[in-house]
Design a protein around this ligand. Structure first.
Ligand SMILES: Nc1ncnc2c1ncn2[C@@H]1O[C@H](COP(=O)(O)OP(=O)(O)O)[C@@H](O)[C@H]1O
Ligand code: SF4
Ligand SMILES: [Mg+2]
Length: 337
């Protein structure tokens, strides 16, 4: 395993577009030049409304969806350039947890068969040792060994999501990409699975790309956060910097919609309306049609990404250190670049 702090996953300028439907249709640009980094053993939270491109990005990272341009580097290796055996080795290190565990787990396979499947597929260890590994993975997610002989449909939603996590970690990956893994669960079960993910990171050093539209959970779990809107990351940074000092009007609106407001900050206006269709993305700033702080140049000039915090002065300034790496795409911040 690479030492803590080293780069595990680098996504560079990734573009995902789906082919046009019918001859008169246009391709749909779901992910538009997205870059992000995940360090060894760290948790990156990806947030944004439904349709913003989170799943398309997550699927493209694991090479489940083709991308039109850009790069995905896993431990410095460009996944698109790897031959099948090397790609297989990288895929073993990079596991996926889907949103709907009932659909993701085969009803015809017992939990033991479900956990053995990736071990057999990736030929992990000697065949005789695999049953032991499957049982150990179940224990890691704090489920009883008697679950091994049960079937997904016999389990509760929380137990199934733990099985999905066990299946992801049975091959001892370095990164788990979890696409809204908690959205079908009630709050207490969600909280227990968040604790479990934090434990997996602390004890096994597993990094996560955690996709969610639940900001409270992301705040608890993630070290860094990216906020996605209409295929672009409009703001990213360390979790506390982004939550304490949101810079983009979209992030501020999302935070204003979270039930427990931070009394230290005045509530900005709550988001209304729907995002535009990715089939016809607007010119200028992607958010201008819903932005309460829109300015004259916003509908025509696209903002570039700039650092938040530069305007606070010298690098040794405590506030600047806190905001290190905090970046935003918004004309309100252009003068600070
Ligand atoms: N297989 C697909 N074919 C065509 N369009 C798709 C496909 N999957 C997703 N989309 C479209 O891409 C956009 C982004 O979707 P998605 O990545 O699922 O966003 P999110 O996960 O943030 O809800 C949406 O407009 C969605 O309708
Ligand atoms: S660039 Fe303009 S429209 Fe876009 S978020 Fe900033 S202020 Fe709002
Ligand atoms: Mg999704």
């Amino acid at each position: 395993m690479t030492p803590h702090g080293q780069m595990l996953l680098e996504v560079r300028d990734l573009v995902v577009s789906y082919p046009a439907r019918g001859s008169a249709g246009k391709p749909l640009a779901a992910v538009r030049s997205v870059s992000l980094n995940i360090e060894n053993g760290s948790i990156f939270g990806l947030v944004g409304e439904s349709g913003s491109g989170k799943s398309s990005l997550a699927h493209a990272i694991i090479q489940l969806t083709p991308y039109r341009s850009g790069q995905v580097l896993f431990r410095g290796q460009d996944l698109a350039s790897l031959k099948k055996p090397q790609l297989g080795a990288a895929r073993r290190q990079m596991q996926f947890v889907f949103q709907d565990s009932l659909a993701a787990l085969s009803p015809r396979r017992s939990i033991e068969q479900t956990l053995l499947e990736p071990l057999n597929h990736f030929r992990v260890g000697a065949p005789a040792s695999r049953a032991k590994k499957a049982a150990a993975a179940l224990e890691t997610v704090e489920l009883d060994a008697d679950m091994l002989h049960r079937y997904p449909q016999e389990l509760s939603g929380g137990q199934r999501q733990r099985v999905a996590l066990a299946r992801a970690l049975v091959t001892e990956p370095e990164l788990i990409i979890a696409d809204e893994p908690l959205s079908s669960l009630d709050a207490p079960v969600q909280a227990r699975i968040v604790d479990l993910m934090l434990k997996l990171r602390a004890e096994l050093g597993i990094a996560f790309l955690f996709v969610s539209h639940d900001l409270s959970t992301v705040r608890r779990l993630a070290d860094k956060v990216g906020v996605m809107y209409l295929g672009k990351i409009v703001e990213s940074g360390k979790t506390e910097s982004l939550f304490q000092q949101p810079a983009h009007p979209y992030t501020k609106s999302l935070l204003a919609a979270v039930p427990v407001a931070d009394p230290a900050h005045p509530a900005p206006s709550v988001l209304t309306g729907e995002p535009p269709s990715p089939l016809t993305p607007p010119a200028g700033c992607v958010f201008h049609m819903r932005c309460p702080e829109k300015m004259e140049r916003c509908p025509s000039i696209e903002p570039i990404e700039v650092a938040v915090g530069k305007q606070y002065g010298a690098p040794e300034n405590e506030r600047e250190l806190k905001t290190a790496g905090h970046r935003v795409r918004c004309h309100l911040w252009d003068d600070t670049k």
